[in-house]
Design a protein around this ligand. Structure first.
Ligand code: PLP
Length: 376
């Protein structure tokens, strides 16, 4: 590890293979992977359909850049916006990049630069996305942030009313703040966001990088709310493990991004698009999404039954579930790992469960039994 920067607090586990929900380390020890590579391997590890898509594309064509037309990108874009109020997509390589595109699109379209974001949000580590992120610890040491962003308390209708006016280009939010602690948007706040956007002509950007692509039991998390985004950012689960991000937007924004306004060499690369299409073909099936909802209800009920209610509360939707505690949870995360269960924190006192969307009820039972053992 001596040739690598020290910018990640890496765990001392060397994972060498994965199948479904199970990952195996170099010593042959198996773990239940309830991280999914931070909400990425939506169909589990080495799903045959996406392995096949990658192999087939790998033998045909790897990369052409966006100098040339791409019916494959067209098809993926159509799959992503079909039956939504969104109309167009462009592809990039990560969540932060999708948010950069969203910020640029909103600024160019409105000719304004002020964007309201929320405390405890997370939008990525590039300069614009970092400035949009409502967490000082993420911004520390990098000098003055871009002045365009104003982070308001989440779910605070009064604060939003006071900050909104005709000079605001966009409101940018996560339906469930995932990194920030698995905090869901209040229905009343969601309604206020819609009213305020309409009243002042403000665009709504929804960051679905973590919540999108079936993670919360619907294609996009906003579908479970009254929110109607103008712009949506995606990444993580879209590629099922292959890096890809996307920006979706309503048809009124089409003219704003003409040739030369935005781009990336790798965005929508044939390998990434082939894999993402295979992911979408599975995940957007209504029966698949219903199954995610069923497993979510099961997981939450099992956790509630297993853990003392006075110490832990269970939050989140779909297979993005947070176990909120009053205590520091990092020792529990280490114990879980020793006992063969991989989970991630969200902030300092939330254990975040992000199993593959293909997790079985048997695997949920095993994970809950381990958590019960560790937490009680
Ligand atoms: N937005 C949200 C909601 C995220 O959870 C993340 C990553 O955790 C990002 C953006 C940044 O995505 P990436 O790490 O792919 O740049």
């Amino acid at each position: 590890m001596t040739f690598l920067f020290n910018n990640y607090a890496r765990r001392a586990v060397h994972l060498v293979k994965g199948q479904g929900t199970i990952v195996t380390d170099d010593k042959g020890k198996d773990y239940l992977d309830f991280t999914s590579g931070i909400a990425v391997v939506s169909l589990g590890h080495a799903h045959p359909a996406i392995v096949k898509a990658l192999q087939q594309q790998g033998e045909k064509l790897w990369h052409i850049s966006n100098l040339f037309e791409s019916p494959e990108q067209e098809k993926l874009a159509e799959s992503l916006v079909k039956d939504t109020d969104l109309a167009y997509a462009l592809f990039c390589n990560s969540g932060a990049e999708a948010n950069e595109a969203a910020i640029k699109l909103a600024r160019k379209h409105t000719g304004k630069h002020h964007i309201l974001t929320f405390k405890q949000s997370f939008h990525g580590r590039t300069f614009g996305a970092m400035a949009a992120t409502g967490q000082e610890k993420i911004q520390q040491g990098f000098g003055p942030m871009l002045q365009s962003f104003e982070a308001l308390p989440f779910n605070d209708i009064e604060a939003l009313k006071n900050a909104a006016n005709e000079n605001v280009a966009a409101i940018m939010l996560e339906v469930i703040q995932a990194e920030g602690g698995v905090n869901s948007i209040d229905p009343a706040f969601a309604q206020a966001v819609m009213d305020i956007c309409e009243q002042h002509g403000i665009l709504l950007i929804i960051d679905e990088v973590q919540t999108g692509i079936g993670r919360t039991g619907t294609r996009y998390a906003y579908e479970q709310t009254v929110l109607k985004p103008d712009i949506v950012s995606l990444a993580k689960g879209l590629g099922g493990g292959f890096p890809i991000g996307a920006l979706l937007a309503g048809k009124e924004l089409f003219e704003t991004f003409g040739p030369g306004s935005h781009g990336t060499t790798f965005g929508g690369n044939p390998l990434a698009v082939a894999v993402a299409q295979a992911v979408i073909d599975h995940v957007f099936e209504p029966a698949f999404l219903q199954d995610v909802q069923n497993k979510s209800a099961y997981l939450k009920a099992q956790l509630q039954a297993a853990l003392p209610a006075e110490k832990y509360s269970i939050r989140g939707n779909g297979l993005l579930v947070g176990i909120h505690s009053d205590e520091e949870i990092s020792p529990f995360i280490q114990q879980a790992e020793q006992q063969g269960l991989l989970v991630v924190p969200a902030g300092t006192n939330v254990i975040r469960l992000l199993p593959p969307l293909t997790v079985s009820t048997d695997e949920i039972d095993q994970a809950v039994a381990l958590l019960k053992n560790i937490l009680s």
